[in-house]
Design a protein around this ligand. Sequence first.
Ligand SMILES: *Cc1c(COP(=O)(O)O)cnc(C)c1O
Length: 372
Amino acid sequence: MSEKKIFVTRPLLPELKDMESQLEEIWTSKQLTNMGPKHDELEHRLKETLKVQNLSLFNNGTIALLVAIKAMKLPYKSEVITTPFTFAATPHCIQWNGLKPVFCDIEPNTMTIDPNKIEALITPNTSAILGVHVYGFPCKVDEIDKIAKKHNLKVIYDAAHAFSTEINGIGIGNFGDITMFSFHATKLYNTIEGGALTYNNPELVRKIYNLRNFGIRNEELVEEVGINGKMNELQASVGLLNLEIYKKEQEKRKIIKEFYDKNLSSIKGVRIPKMPVNTTNSYQYYPIVIEDDYKVSRDELHLIFKEHNIITRKYFYPACSDYECYKHELSTKLADLSTVNDIKNRVLCLPYYGSLEDNTINEIVEVVQNAK
Ligand SMILES: *Cc1c(COP(=O)(O)O)cnc(C)c1O
């Protein structure tokens, strides 16, 4: 058993001495926030990294998603079709915009929203589809796009798990009308707290600038009802330093993934979801799915790990459709959520970060091999 507790993830942290010189620059400039030089440099650098045309930084991913939905100007109380297999922020941002989340089932391999089940949920009140590239697996963007065009719906993506994911060499932030990234400490690439929106429509640049900054254009002009979504200079400096090291972290995780894949895929009843072809992995999470013919249940395996001082996570259990605030909705009760309701009881995310030691990785594999 591990002496120390093994967590499911550890934050990517730059060298302290590098951070000190960043702090010295900030202290000298005395510009702490409000679109300072580090903020602007990070926006520029991330646009290149994510291969997108427009990018706006935010103080966190949730505010970014709130603003993304706001910028789509969807009719009040209209319905947004989304996945319940996600973090709480996704449906909450819909609800906070005065809209109604309508939950759609997921497809079993990528666990993203199932395009085959979207159309049955469309009503005259539907205004948008909000997909989540869960664990960094891309949604079926082409099929979603087709449905959206046919029914005149906006498409919003939550790419909190999909930093640097690409489909056929195209950055994941180019699909749909607008995409949100989260740079929270638990995400592969982080700015402690932080986030971004990416979008191709140049008309959104001004709109999003306004919404992020109280609607203030200049000293005397307040153009609309904005919020405070600004990323500060300390966050941006962590972001600049982490841009230098995130690829190395991905390479380490790639090696761990290969080891897990090789040793776990041969175990009866353990399914490893696969990235679709022509997509690159973000290496954000390592989920496994426990099938009926495995020796114990997912919950039992989770407990066995705990006895070994190893923390695994039942991401995403409960599903958002199980939350007290959503489960009583008629649309939730009526929806066919059979795949979500199956997967949520089977999925387990294993510890996954570059500094995991070899003996711990071995132990994790042995726990899955020897569980009974
Ligand atoms: C982390 C996360 C968010 C929220 O991002 P924050 O930066 O923590 O506000 C939204 N959606 C998903 C799927 C996430 O994992």
